[in-house]
Design a protein around this ligand. Sequence first.
Ligand SMILES: [Mg+2]
Length: 398
Amino acid sequence: MKINDLKCAMIGRNLIVRVVSDEGLSGYGAVESFKASLKPQVMALRDVLIGMDPSTVERCVRKIRARGSFKPNGAAVSAVEVALWDLAGRAAGLPVHKLLGGKVRDTVRVYNGAMRAPMTGFGVEDFRAAALYMRDQPEGFTIVKQGIAFHGSMKNRTGLHYGAAQPGRSFPGTIVSGMLTEKGLDHLVACVAATKEVLGKDIGLALDCGPGFTPVDALKFARALEPYNILWLEDLIAGDYTPYVQADIYRDISTRSLVPIHTGEQIYLRQNFKELIDRRAVHVIGPDPFDVGGLAELKWIAEYADLYGIQVAPHGIGNGLIGLAALTQLCATLPDNFIAFEYPAGEPSWWYEILEGLPDPIVTDGFVSVSDRPGLGIDFNVERTLPHLGEEDRDFFQ
Ligand SMILES: [Mg+2]
């Protein structure tokens, strides 16, 4: 079997990759929805892959791995890696989880991710309403994550901190960082208290925090939250779209905090996780298979982290339904340090009509069941998908 084409099309909010073989089989991968502009990066990999055997996944990825980097620039390589596993699984008649070593669990825990509450204001009552929204989702999530502080638009709230925008330090937005005001810190803690009051002890709360905190404020915030049994504080220092790791600073905070400290969604490749893990600089890592270099890369990192008592909660918010299928296959094989992965949604909602093979309902009591169908276990309904393809992508399934 040989690769004879690589194609790429915008389908809804996700850029979808198709690796085509000379035996009539194809494999699919996805690029995170926030990175639709990466089509040229995907297509730049085409000529390198043509003629290779797609079932030798690692041999193929060795040819393209050097073309990637930290988020968003690991997305093209990662999407192709996932598509290769899908194709290899279809060719072998086996689910991807078997190619990765086999599942150790039949259902996989997810947290709300894309089902995050829409927020406009950032007062205590807004947090209370968001908690109600997340608690009452039909998926029955047992863990929910809430953005706070420097994450999302809350960083623009007047009086929260002394910082200023740093344009150009991020993609696609702007990073804001600075010291918290005294009132700002009090307000953050009050918002968390209100959220916990709604969720109670049955639903775990994780907080996506930045990046943007100063190291001392990060520690103050973590210590103030110790009574609330927070599952993790994510990306306090570096993280989303920062092209570096800062293990030393994370270690200073983590060794002094009883609230688990989390980072890693922006990191490309195992080598860039090494310092975080070797030095036990965080308690939880959150690589995204579609940024880190793919499914096998993430599995290796999770296994390595397990040796150090570090937990893993893979990122996945914008990966769409192909991302959901891939994350489920991967997370079924991870060791006992796996907590949950971040649940992606199909956007727009017609994605649920064009893709077949996902469980119905997808999430039951906070868990997704693991498919034993070949590859990622999903298939496009081509007839239903065609009307959603743009003019330039008309030949995507040909
Ligand atoms: Mg995050």
